[in-house]
Design a protein around this ligand. Structure first.
Ligand code: GUN
Ligand code: FE
Length: 488
């Protein structure tokens, strides 16, 4: 069985599919639907495959299905050891009291080597096949992170935080120049990990932590780096919390912004306007949170085709607020999901899915649908199709990988999970229904099977966890999951 997103409002649920992956490229070659039992040889023969030696056949049982791997568009690797700490704070206090002290420990490469191996393994086994990682401000430790991600075989963006002000003395870069120099070194280092850097799984990403932590000089230089390389992806935080937004506006009055920028011309600063002024808002920019966007910012983001990383677990946990994701989707803005560990307390995109559903329900409770009945999502709870889309293809759209990953389609990389809801998964929540008995095993009644697969998907999204993820594949290679045994 196979599940794959099609759009925000639909997905494929194919109870009896055969999917062929090239060992050589790791790409999906073809997918056959409705394959009758016992017809394997015939189907293969139709694709010119007569000799099955050298092929690996993975058969799934009833209660198991393939799904595209999850895409975490926003997480902080050095904060994983902090999950569940400082849960009583709001953003700025939490950064000062909980986050920066932990991140500062990564000044020591050996600490990074101890921590990051476990961190990356845990994120992969949670089903994340593509991950946008923030490291710390340290060049050395962030190289260590990139090394672990590269050797594990995960698809990822790895960035070193830029922060040359409003950070504690023990955790701050000495100057804008040093920050940019280290950033360029990291970019070269990551691009050097793989001979052909355009098809590399691990890519560098510019990571100005947020406007507050960057001087105008630093943002200006990062804008220059971005301008010189349009393929370079960018990630940062935006409009997460009221105090943070106010602080940002105070730090960047319109008269200090580059004179040609829209905000300077208008004489009015918005958070998005600051990034735009420095050339950091573009189609491959990933903006985390976007909880409190002004209308003007929504327009600006739409025009730039930047994407939003919706981080509902973190937005609830740090009491930041409820992002109006339905509105963003109705505006045609790209949206993916982020765990935002450790503002979010779970490294699993499944938790983000659950909280994205609840966040949309909270928004809907406050904005009943009668007020905006012409829109699709603005005042409604997100349907399962949209939740699946956000966790997979939406994330791929946001990090500019929409043609490579995000769904199970011929020509795309085989980035996928084998999900099992069976009792031997060890997660009692998902097998409240006996899937074996529930399915029409004979395959004669397509409708019964189809509904069951949809029910399985919903149950997995809402009650599944890493116990249900048997296998994790990236670019056709088995890299994680419960069944995976890492080589020593
Ligand atoms: N804004 C700046 N840094 C951070 C961070 O580490 N986490 C979150 N949630 N927001 C931030
Ligand atoms: Fe964050």
């Amino acid at each position: 069985a196979l599940v794959s997103p099609v759009s925000l409002t639909s997905y494929d649920a194919l109870p009896r599919a055969l999917l062929c992956v090239s060992h050589r490229t790791g790409d999906i070659q073809w997918i056959e639907q409705d394959v009758p039992a016992g017809s394997l040889q015939d189907v293969l023969a139709r694709h010119g495959i007569i000799d099955m030696s050298g092929m690996e056949l993975v058969e799934l049982r009833n209660g198991e299905f393939l799904i595209p791997g999850f895409i975490d568009t926003h997480t902080h690797a050095p904060q994983v050891p902090n999950i569940g700490s400082g849960q009583e704070h709001e953003l700025l206090d939490w950064l000062a009291q909980t986050t920066f002290p932990m991140e500062a420990k990564f000044a020591d490469d050996n600490f990074a080597k101890k921590a990051y191996g476990t961190v990356v393994r845990r994120i992969i086994d949670s089903g994340t096949t593509t991950c946008c990682y923030y490291g710390t401000l340290h060049l050395g430790a962030t190289k260590v992170l990139a090394d672990f991600v590269h050797s594990a075989g995960q698809r990822a963006f790895v960035g070193k935080c830029n922060m040359d002000r409003n950070s504690p003395d023990y955790y701050i870069e000495s100057s804008a120049a040093t920050s940019v120099e280290d950033t360029k070194s990291l970019i070269s280092y990551i691009r050097g990990l793989t001979p052909n850097s355009t098809t590399a799984l691990v890519q560098p990403i510019l990571t100005p932590r947020f406007a507050i932590s960057c001087t105008p000089e630093l943002l200006g230089s990062l804008g220059d780096v971005a301008r010189a390389d349009p393929t370079l992806t960018i990630q940062t935080h935006i409009c997460e919390n009221d105090s943070e937004i106010q602080f940002t506006k105070n730090l960047f009055p319109p008269n200090i912004l580059p004179p040609g920028s829209e905000a300077a011309k208008k004489g009015r600063t918005t958070y998005a306007g600051v990034y735009d002024a420095y050339g950091l808002l573009r189609k491959n920019t990933v903006l985390a949170h976007a909880v409190h966007l002004e209308d003007e910012e929504v327009e600006m983001i739409k025009k730039s085709n930047a994407g939003i990383s919706h981080c509902p677990t973190s937005n609830f946990n740090l009491r930041s607020g409820c992002a109006r994701v339905g509105m963003l989707l109705d505006e045609g803005i790209k949206v993916g999901l982020g765990t935002d560990v450790s503002g979010g307390f779970s490294p699993s995109i499944l938790t983000a899915v659950q909280h994205a559903s609840i966040a949309s329900k909270v928004v809907a409770m406050h904005h009943p649908s009668s007020q905006t009945s012409t829109t699709t999502f603005t005042s409604r709870q997100l349907p399962i199709s949209a939740l699946l889309y956000l966790a997979t293809q939406g994330g791929a759209d946001v990090c500019d990988l929409s043609k490579r990953t995000g769904s199970l389609e011929p020509g795309k990389a085989f980035d996928a999970l084998v999900v099992s809801l069976k009792s031997d998964s060890g997660n009692p929540n998902v097998w409240g229904v006996d899937w074996d008995a529930d399915l029409d095993v004979s395959g004669t009644n397509g409708k019964t099977e189809r509904q069951s697969l949809e029910a399985q998907l919903e149950r997995f999204l809402f009650t599944g966890d890493d116990r249900n993820i048997r296998r994790v594949y990236v670019q056709g290679r088995l890299i994680g999951g419960k069944e995976f045994i890492p080589s020593a």
